[in-house]
Design a protein around this ligand. Sequence first.
Ligand SMILES: [Zn+2]
Length: 107
Amino acid sequence: MSSLLIFCRDCGKQGPSGQTRDGLCLDCQVRRSVAELREEHARLWRKRERYRSQLANVEQIGRQIARVEDRMAHRIKELVSNEREAVDYLRRELEAARGQRYTIKGV
Ligand SMILES: [Zn+2]
């Protein structure tokens, strides 16, 4: 494989051409492919926090969150063949999803 480096058209980072697709680096491909699931995850996460503060049963929401996480993992694995890297990506996306509840206001 050639060691050609390509600038990502989204984040501008330089990455190996072998990992670049549609002009996007692997990071951006992963970010885009799980974007809507990450929103869903953030929404459920906030819902659970709200229910928990009302001492409601949050078991079902917990299962929904787990399902969204499974789907995110699945999408990431489709893009990232290296298993260890895929786990890293998933962890990063989940941390980002959970952190979103601090930045989104009035929802
Ligand atoms: Zn990028």
